[in-house]
Design a protein. Structure first.
Length: 98
């Protein structure tokens, strides 16, 4: 199953796009009953921010993906990213919810 990546440029960050996307994903997550496997991750660089949506989050947020030009990607290295939202089960960290 495909992961999705939404790139938020430094200019878009100034307008709060990353916060808007996170808030909208939280609304989707809650409206769908907090489905298992739904997660949102973040990485930052000089180029801006990349938000990664798990396959479940990507499927639930299909309209948001289209609106913010999400692209399919491989699963990112989760231990190198900031966990923002949803459920996650990985490595020795056990299940988490945020």
């Amino acid at each position: 199953m495909d992961w999705y990546r939404i790139h938020v440029s430094p200019e878009q960050l100034e307008f709060g796009f990353a916060d808007i996307i996170r808030a909208e994903m939280e609304e989707i997550w809650l409206a769908r009953g907090a489905p298992e496997g739904f997660s949102l991750w973040r990485s930052s660089s000089e180029d801006g921010v990349d938000l990664y949506l798990s396959p479940v989050a990507g499927a639930c947020g299909a309209l948001l993906n289209a609106r913010f030009n999400a692209v399919h990607c491989e699963q990112p290295p989760l231990d190198e990213l900031e966990f923002l939202l949803g459920h996650v089960l990985y490595g020795d960290h056990g299940a988490q919810e945020k």
